[in-house]
Design a protein around this ligand. Sequence first.
Ligand SMILES: O=P(O)(O)OC[C@H]1O[C@](O)(CO)[C@@H](O)[C@@H]1O
Length: 532
Amino acid sequence: MEILARLQNQANQIKQIHLRDLLSQRERNQVCTANFENILFDYSHSKVCQTTLDLLGEYAISTGLFDKIRAMYEGQHINTTENRAVLHVLLRAQESQHPQFPEVLQIRERIKDFAGKVRNGEILGVTGKPLFNILCIGIGGSYLGPEFVAEALKTEPNCMRESIGRNLRFLANVDPVDFLRATHELDPEETLVVIISKTFTTAETMMNARKATAWLTSHITSHPSEKVIEHHVCAVSSNLQKTKEFGIQDERVFGFWDWVGGRYSVTSAVGLVPLYLHYGPQIDLFLQGANSIDRLFLEKANLNQWKENIPLLMGLLGWWNTQFLEYSSRAVLPYSQALVRFAAHIQQLDMESNGKQCKKDGTPVEVSGPIVFGEPGTNGQHSFYQLMHQGRIVQSEFIGFCQSHSSDSEAHNELMSNFFAQPDALALGKTTEELRKENCPDALVPHKMFKGDRPSFSLLFPALTVNACGQLLALYEHRVAVEGFLWDLNSFDQFGVELGKTLATKVKQAIASETFEGHPSENLLLHYINHR
Ligand SMILES: O=P(O)(O)OC[C@H]1O[C@](O)(CO)[C@@H](O)[C@@H]1O
């Protein structure tokens, strides 16, 4: 029988086995783990058994998954619709034969040198004040990843020390309120604006960039505006022509390449410029962490070792859950307030990559990437976990840390008790018999019972160090790629974002001329015009 049919059979069978029963098999549970540098990946709470794993491995081989991974690292143009390589792994490589690696190192050194000089006061604002504030302007992939990392490291003890007296702000939304919030109480004389845009044409970013330069030049009137821009604005982009037109000198532009996709660009200048400026050389460890996972992912992409390859396992399980067990949503649940923006980054990474309607060859797909959402625990527990326990089945991904950034071990234990309890509650549930033993009134039994059998996996790290933050980033980048490879999608283009942008341009013209007759949103537009 064909492998896909056998997987389907296996799914039908395992759907009938409650996770309570699977979890009662201690030997099975012990097999369902992988460990790398003391990161424990435990997928015993997923709906898999030894046969499932064997079949998934067989499918991975038959579909050429390992070759696809190698092709990515070799720089083959796997982004076929845009005819581009996908080489974000090169950005954190320690060494490489790739012809563009010297350029990668050169940009990295330029960033570190620039950031070091800003931090030690060699580079000052035009009025001679130190540049303590970094205002990053960018959106989507030029914003979400850097913000997640900046937040994750805010309370990491070394980073906390390195960033005393400094401000790192992000401005993404074209909503003027975001501008107000991002610039609130910032002294323009002490502010360095970093405009981050791969294309340097993104409407929101360019509007905010123009507003930010106007904000700088209208406050700093002692010097000509070109001088103010020269001292207070830098850019991250792969479009040098546009940055020049904007008035930014080339030595203040940090480039990257078309083989770095927006949502995969955290370890390019997109993330490195803000992060080195704010946290200094600590960020070397972030790159090392990402690189350690890159090596794991590549080195163990083979027949004998794939069960030790955590990102590959994450991808296989995610694909299994979505394609065969038909769970259409996924919750990313870090038990760490420092990861407050992690789910937002993963939403883009996952959904912009794998939310697709056709395969690489253009044939339609019925199922592709799931809906992704999340929130740090325990906050999420008081929000959407109700649905996860008694409503729809959501594939849940728990991320925890043995040690906290804080020395309050009592509160950390409290947090982690929830991290351990939730996957059990989802998987085991609570039976009517158990409720009756507790003398639950009959009328309440249907409300208080939990069916359980809800799958999850857990990633348990020693601590949210700078290195671990890089590891976490790379784990998710590669798991998304694996799922895309299994579905045979192009996970590296995003044509789905274009139509809305085009229509917005047309609406803008309609608003300017106040002509909406026959417009599909005529009702709303008229209401807007009348009440703005
Ligand atoms: O870096 P840019 O070119 O401003 O693009 C920003 C973002 O816009 C998108 O193209 C679409 O939202 C993302 O993929 C990208 O990260």
